[in-house]
Write a protein that binds this ligand. Structure first.
Ligand SMILES: [Fe+2]
Length: 277
């Protein structure tokens, strides 16, 4: 197999994307369009402390959607946290999932969605295309600009007993609507901005050199590499430079579209062991 051979069958999948300064204000209307009446809002403590969950709750309330906030998860989220979240989801009477956060809350929100309608344990879904039943509607508001989880068909969950980071891969995991608001990136620390920026660069490079790359993924991978090399330094140096923040948010999004469809390489493959440990 040769990269970019147009004679091979390839697919490109992506959610509806709402991008731009203030895009977060669309979270309520997005949930309404998906028929959500009571939202299970997955986040983490840092995002809550930064005030973004409070903001999302206001937008949801404005359109008559009640919410149940849940944030009992850690970085590199674990299987038992997903189990607790799924139990809470089923108890809460919610009919849709909204994630406000970075890679960890987004991956957990997806994993909770799997268990909510498919049952069992999250390790049952490790690997490719193990999800049978449709998932609850999902809206993702990304806050880190790096993970690409808001557009990807992956959820990465650590199985504590085996100390392994499991990759769950399915087109069902692509959220219905992804909201990317560069304003949110202003509250990220310089350290996190740098780390997530390099993560996004790695996504773009690994996707570009992947044997599963196609013209549709290459265009996003190359655009992401260009945006990151031109804007990452400034985005780290100046938290209020909105042009740099918007460029990094778009770069992360495009790197996400590239790697979700072209898949990643050796660098990210190593994280399965290291993160699990
Ligand atoms: Fe990554």
């Amino acid at each position: 197999m040769q990269k970019g051979n147009l004679l091979n069958i390839s697919k490109f999948v992506a959610p509806e994307v709402i991008f731009g300064l203030g895009a977060m204000s669309q979270v309520g209307e997005s949930a309404v369009r998906l028929g959500i009446k009571r939202a299970f809002l997955v986040s983490d403590e840092g995002v809550i402390n930064a005030g973004w969950v409070e903001r999302a709750l206001i937008y949801l309330k404005e359109v008559g959607i009640s919410s149940h906030v849940w944030f009992e998860l850690t970085t590199n989220p674990k299987d038992f946290e997903v189990a607790k979240g799924a139990a809470q989801y089923l108890e809460s009477g919610c009919d849709g999932i909204i994630a406000v956060g970075g890679g960890s809350p987004i991956d957990v929100a997806k994993a909770i969605a799997i268990l909510a309608t498919n049952g069992g344990q999250i390790k049952d879904y490790e690997g490719v295309n193990k999800i049978i039943s449709p998932l609850p509607p999902m809206v993702i508001v990304t806050t880190t600009g790096g993970s690409g989880a808001e557009v990807s068909q992956f959820s990465m969950i650590v199985e504590k007993a085996r100390q392994v980071k499991m990759a769950i891969i399915s087109k069902s995991l692509i959220p219905d609507i992804a909201i990317v608001d560069p304003l949110i990136l202003q509250t990220k620390s310089a350290r996190l901005t740098a780390a997530t920026g390099v993560d996004a660069l790695s996504h773009a490079i690994e996707a570009y050199v992947s044997l599963a790359a196609t013209p549709l993924t290459d265009i996003h991978a190359l655009a992401a590499i260009r945006l990151i090399t031109e804007n990452l330094r400034e985005s780290v140096a100046c938290t209020t430079n909105l042009q740099a923040k918007a460029s990094m948010a778009m770069a992360s999004l495009q790197a996400g579209l590239a790697f979700s469809n072209a898949i990643l390489g050796a660098t990210h493959a190593m994280t399965h062991q290291v993160d699990g440990y």
